[in-house]
Design a protein around this ligand. Structure first.
Ligand SMILES: [Zn+2]
Length: 290
C-alpha cells in the first residue's frame, strides 16, 4: 500500500507455493514493488489517463523490466490484485482489478467494489483443499494444486483479470468516479483483511467501516487474526491459508487533496489511529502461514 496526498494504491501479490515454478527470477515481492511504484507515479503524473489507463501503462513498464530475463508467458509469472484511487478536479476516480475490495462510503450509501470472478472460477477446484485440515501435508499439496489450476485461468476468456505481464488486463478492472463532495470515506482491503466480512461473515461491510473509523486498521486486522486463531485447522471456515497477508487502508475527508497526513504501512511499522479528519491510515500484517 502506498499513498500521496491525492492518490492511494493497494496491491496484493499472489504468492508462488513452494515447489511451483513461476518463470520469473525476481519473485512476487519485486513485482509488487515495481508495479506499485510505477502505478503511484503514473497516477500522480497523468492527467490524460484514468486509473485503469495508468495501470495498463504501469504493467507495460514493469513487463519491459524483465521481458528479457524471465518467461512472462509462464502461468505462474508474478501477479497482483490492484486497487487504485485518485482525486482529480474534485472527482474521485478508481479502478479495482481482481479480489481486493474498495469500500466507498457515500452520502447516499455504501458502494462495494470487488471482482468476484476469481472466487467463482476457483470454486470448482476447492473441494480437496477445503476437505483437508490446514497445517497438514495433504492440505499443502491440495493448496498447491488449487493454485496451479486456478492460475491457468488468469487473464483468459471465462477466467479472471489480474495484474501480471499483460497490459490489456487493466481493461478488466472495475472502474468508476464519484464527486468528492459525495464521498465520506474510503477503505482499501486486501482479501486477507476483507475475509472478516466476505469469507467469515462475522461482520458487515458497514461494521468494518465503523471499526476503521473508530479504532483504525489495526483493530480490523486484530479481529481478522483473532477469528483465524480460533479456527487454525480451517474446519469452520475452510481456506487455503490459515492467515493471509492482510492490509487495510482507510481514507477520510476525501477530497483526497485535503489530506494532510498519511501513513503507508510496510509490514508492522504502523500502529495508528485516526486523529484528524484528513488522513489515510493503514495497516499491513504479513503474517502468513502456508
Ligand atoms: Zn522476472
Amino acid at each position: 500500500m502506498a499513498a500521496t496526498p491525492d492518490a492511494v494504491v493497494l496491491l496484493d501479490g499472489a504468492g508462488t507455493p513452494a515447489g511451483s515454478e513461476s518463470g520469473c527470477i525476481h519473485g512476487v515481492t519485486w513485482f509488487v514493488r515495481q508495479l506499485g511504484s510505477a502505478l503511484l507515479s503514473s497516477l500522480m503524473g497523468s492527467d490524460d489517463s484514468d486509473p485503469a489507463g495508468c495501470l495498463a501503462a504501469s504493467i507495460a513498464a514493469v513487463r519491459s523490466l524483465h521481458a528479457d530475463t524471465c518467461d512472462l508467458s509462464h502461468p505462474g509469472s508474478p501477479s497482483a490484485t490492484v486497487v487504485a484511487l485518485r482525486e482529480r478536479k474534485s472527482i474521485i476516480q478508481y479502478a479495482v482489478l481482481a479480489d481486493s475490495v474498495l469500500l466507498l462510503s457515500l452520502s447516499d450509501g455504501l458502494r462495494v467494489v470487488t471482482d468476484a470472478r476469481e472466487v467463482q472460477v476457483g470454486k470448482q477446484f476447492r473441494t480437496e483443499m477445503d476437505a483437508t485440515p490446514n497445517g497438514t501435508p495433504d492440505h499443502d499439496k491440495a493448496l498447491r494444486n488449487y493454485i496451479e489450476k486456478l492460475r491457468a485461468h488468469r487473464n483468459r476468456p471465462g477466467g479472471f483479470g489480474v495484474a501480471s505481464a499483460e497490459p490489456d488486463a487493466a481493461a478488466e478492472a472495475l472502474t468508476g468516479t464519484v464527486p468528492c463532495h459525495q464521498l465520506r470515506a474510503a477503505a482499501l482491503l486486501s482479501d486477507g483483511a476483507s475475509r472478516l466480512v466476505d469469507r467469515f461473515g462475522l461482520v458487515t461491510w458497514d461494521d468494518a467501516l465503523r471499526t476503521l473509523a473508530t479504532a483504525g486498521p489495526s483493530e480490523l486486522l486484530r479481529q481478522v487474526r483473532a477469528a483465524e486463531n480460533g479456527d487454525l485447522e480451517g474446519s469452520r471456515w475452510p481456506r487455503g491459508k490459515v492467515h493471509d497477508d492482510a492490509t487495510a487502508a482507510y481514507c477520510v475527508d476525501c477530497a483526497l487533496s485535503a489530506l494532510t497526513h498519511h501513513e503507508s504501512a510496510l509490514a508492522d511499522c504502523v500502529k495508528h489511529q485516526p486523529r484528524s479528519t484528513s488522513e489515510v491510515s493503514a495497516k499491513t500484517d504479513n503474517t502468513s502461514l502456508p
